[in-house]
Design a protein. Structure first.
Length: 401
């Protein structure tokens, strides 16, 4: 009888280890010593326009927005996708910054000085260095430069649009379809405020050097000097991009980004009524986001955040962590209120490979999930010898009874 009681007690202890649901040894991210007191967040300032969104760059979280998944005409914000594709093709060795790029008659006819849209001023049927053409598109929003870059990169604007859509799908832009490189109104050329924010985030993250062209305040081609149309570059030194857009079908649009300290935000305002209105509303959104939200790193990649019981292994426990850093944006002063939990299988059996997915770590605030990530094995657990496996098999059977 005593033996059976002892066995039962030991089995109960083993079960307690196997179903633990709180990450250890740090069951909650430690709040910074200088954490601000919690404040009640007022509603975000609502821009004038058809759709808008404010996104935290580090986490990709949407902090505020309206109609941000509805289709809109992206106008010249399209050129951010053009810049992204050009930067990607340079990285892949397909083209070079020093390439001579021809401004074709089509580029001049559809996007040059004689059109009603923005132009760069490069001469028709003459070449310019790719880097200069890129700046003419980014700073001056030149439609002619966008077409010339597309033709140089892919042979035609139509072929380039196919590249744009391929890269857009890779970024995760699910509500977007491009048919040209410049953004003038066309059937089946559309995006969403959410997708454009994802594009801006990808541009900053993947090609920061090309992104930096967007903060140049003016650019000269021949005798023509044109200013950047992003008014925020003159209003706030923390703003370093990214792109304006306008035509009759799209209204006035602005994708803006600013960095203050370690925090970066991206705002997208579509369908506004004027250059000033889109700038005013975008800056108000950015100020609101920086004032009321803060970004924190909860767990580092490859660091142990929990230990879990393993059967039939050379080690009794497996160390669990995250493969990528887990970051989150939360209202200022609420960091200490975050509550982590862990969902893992009740029974783990060796062998377990390094980086093998085990379960999920979730973080909640006020009962709502605000961040989650896969849990992976930080280190492998090799299978034990015959007798250890046999012994563990007995206890696993006992537990199941």
């Amino acid at each position: 009888m005593k033996f059976r009681f002892a066995l039962a007690a030991m089995a109960t202890a083993a079960v307690g280890i196997a179903v633990a649901q709180t990450p250890a040894p740090s069951p909650a991210p430690a709040a910074p010593n200088n954490a601000a007191a919690a404040v009640e967040i007022p509603p975000a300032p609502k821009p004038v326009g058809t759709a808008w969104v404010l996104m935290d760059y580090t986490t990709g979280q949407i902090l505020a927005g309206e109609n941000y998944d509805e289709r809109v005409e992206p106008a010249s914000i399209t050129k951010v996708m053009t810049s992204y594709v050009v930067a990607a093709e340079i990285k892949n060795g397909k083209i070079k910054e020093t390439d001579d790029v021809m401004l074709s008659e089509r580029a001049w006819r559809e996007g040059g000085a004689r059109t009603d849209g923005s132009f760069s001023g490069f001469a028709v049927n003459q070449t310019a260095k790719l880097l200069d053409m890129e700046k003419g598109m980014a700073v001056q929003s030149g439609n002619d430069a966008a077409i010339a870059l597309a033709e140089h990169t892919a042979g035609s604007q139509e072929a380039f649009a196919s590249l744009m859509n391929n890269y857009a799908a890779h970024i995760g832009m699910k509500g977007t379809h491009f048919v040209n490189a410049h953004g003038l109104s066309a059937p089946d050329h559309y995006s969403t405020a959410h997708d454009l924010a994802l594009l801006g985030r990808a541009m900053v993250r993947d090609y920061p050097e090309a992104y930096a062209y967007n903060k140049i305040k003016e650019f000269k081609v021949g005798d023509i000097v044109q200013p950047n149309r992003n008014l925020l570059l003159w209003r706030d030194p923390s703003v370093d991009g990214i792109k304006t857009g306008h035509h009759s079908g799209a209204g006035y649009c602005l994708m803006s980004s600013a960095q203050r300290g370690d925090q970066r935000l991206i705002a997208v305002v579509m369908g506004s009524t004027s250059e000033k209105q889109r700038a005013d509303d975008s800056l108000a959104l950015l100020n609101w986001g920086f004032r009321f939200y803060e970004t924190h790193r909860l767990y580092d990649a490859g660091k142990t955040i929990a230990n879990q019981r393993v059967w039939k292994g050379q080690a009794k426990q497996v160390q669990l962590g995250v493969a990528e850093p887990l970051l989150i944006s939360v209202p200022r002063g609420r960091y200490g209120d975050l509550k982590p939990s862990m969902d893992v299988p009740k029974t783990l059996v060796a062998p377990i490979a390094k980086n093998q997915a085990i379960g999920t770590v979730k973080v909640t605030l006020d009962g709502k999930i605000v961040a989650q990530a896969p849990l992976v094995a930080v280190a492998e657990v090799e299978e034990a010898g015959f007798f250890k496996r046999l012994w563990d098999a007995f206890w696993m059977w006992w537990e199941s009874e």
